[in-house]
Design a protein around this ligand. Structure first.
Ligand SMILES: *Cc1c(COP(=O)(O)O)cnc(C)c1O
Length: 381
């Protein structure tokens, strides 16, 4: 049996052809493939605007910049996520605070968020970064109501959830990143995510003001748009109007992204089928599964279980060529965040989850035989 990772990309001949075609075209970066990918992605997610970027972390950084995060900002996020969700606030000098998770959904606990907001002096907090962890959509309708009451912006970290959704109070399926409730949402195209570009990221939004600002920030803060220039010395003329970055995606990566996007629904359906099989296999065993309660709009970036004997099971799987993973070591336990003043014991639900969590192999090309081997290896442990 060849090694089975927890996640992996799926590259087809069609993907290779799309990349090759772009490599041989006139543009390697910021050509037509970028805009095509942005338009197609925005349509898929149901958002008005999309901005392609070098990676998901760059996307988070530009979101924080576009929302004017600075040394006076305090932002709330969740401890169970990849550190980048919080790091983007620190890049801009802002302060990060965390709210514990709901142990059933594994998402940020909205009651905990409301408590923090109620107890703080008005104006203490400026924004919130919820995460659609594992692929389960945060109920952003609820979170928006809280955010509005306290005048907070929302950056939705939707890296795990392209194609995921929650059902709102009117019965409408609200897709992750569709910009109905969050000001900005971000996605990653790292190979283990649903859509692979090698490295790559995307911001989606319905706000034109933020979209314009993001486009500027992506390329050094430079514009050549005659409408926006203060002066104009001729055809060569450009202005650097803000302190921006080079966070561009290349055209051939965008071509790969567009090609992958065509198979996004197919991949999502396969992920759901794999999750259903795991659910069935572990029902009534000592292996705890998520999400609780079950939810239709889950995008299953990860299939997480919880076990009392995580380390032994992890090692046992490794010895059998199955490379499960742990998502995540809580953000506040990282040495850097301990230096920022966080303490062990501060978020007991996140810590209890971390003690037993394990992400099992979950990717569209995982075969039925491979999955049965994973299940058997776990159940005979
Ligand atoms: C992958 C990921 C990121 C960062 O994306 P990169 O493209 O690797 O920079 C941020 N947040 C979450 C939740 C992620 O899973």
């Amino acid at each position: 049996m060849k090694p089975i990772p927890y996640g992996r990309q799926h590259i087809t001949q069609e993907d290779l052809d799309a990349v090759n075609k772009t490599l041989l075209s006139d543009f390697l970066t910021q050509g037509p493939a970028i805009k095509e990918f942005e338009d197609q992605f925005a349509a898929y997610i149901g958002a008005r605007y999309a901005v392609a970027l070098a990676n998901g972390t760059a996307a988070l950084h530009l979101c924080a910049l576009a929302l004017d995060v600075n040394a006076n900002s305090t932002v709330i996020s969740t401890p169970i996520t990849f550190a980048a969700s919080s790091n983007c606030i620190r890049y801009c000098g802002g302060k990060v605070e965390l709210a514990d998770i709901d142990p059933n959904t594994l998402l940020i606990d909205m009651d905990a968020v409301e408590n923090m907001l109620e107890q703080a002096k008005p104006g203490t907090y400026t924004g919130i970064v919820p995460v659609d962890f594992a692929g389960r959509a945060v109920n952003l309708e609820k979170l928006r109501a809280i955010a509005d009451k306290y005048k907070l912006w929302i950056i939705e970290d939707a890296c795990h959830a392209p194609g995921g959704y929650f059902t709102d109070s009117k019965g409408i399926q609200q897709k992750c990143g569709n910009g109905q409730f969050a000001d900005l949402a971000i996605f990653s195209f790292h190979p283990v995510k649903h859509i692979a570009c090698g490295e790559g990221g995307m911001i989606t939004t319905n706000r034109k003001d933020l979209y314009d600002k993001l486009q500027l920030l992506r390329t050094h803060g430079i514009t050549k748009d005659p409408q926006l220039l203060h002066e104009n010395h001729g055809g060569w003329y450009y202005e650097m109007q803000e302190l921006g970055y080079n966070y561009r995606l290349t055209d051939f990566q965008a071509a790969l992204g567009s090609s992958q996007l065509k198979r996004a629904d197919e991949g999502l359906a396969r992920r759901k089928a794999i999750a259903a099989r795991y659910d069935e296999a572990f029902a009534g065993t000592a292996i705890r599964t998520y999400p609780v309660p079950a939810t239709e709009g889950h995008a299953y970036h990860l299939y997480v279980v919880h076990t009392q004997r995580r380390k032994e099971l992890y090692d046992h799987l490794r010895a059998n060529n199955i490379f499960a993973q742990v998502h995540y070591i809580p953000v506040h336990l990282q040495p850097y965040y301990q230096q920022q003043g966080f303490r062990k014991g501060q978020f007991p639900k996140a810590e209890a989850y971390y003690e037993g969590c394990l992400s099992l192999p979950m990717y569209p090309t995982l075969t039925d035989d491979e999955q049965e081997y994973v299940i058997k290896t776990i159940l005979t442990f």
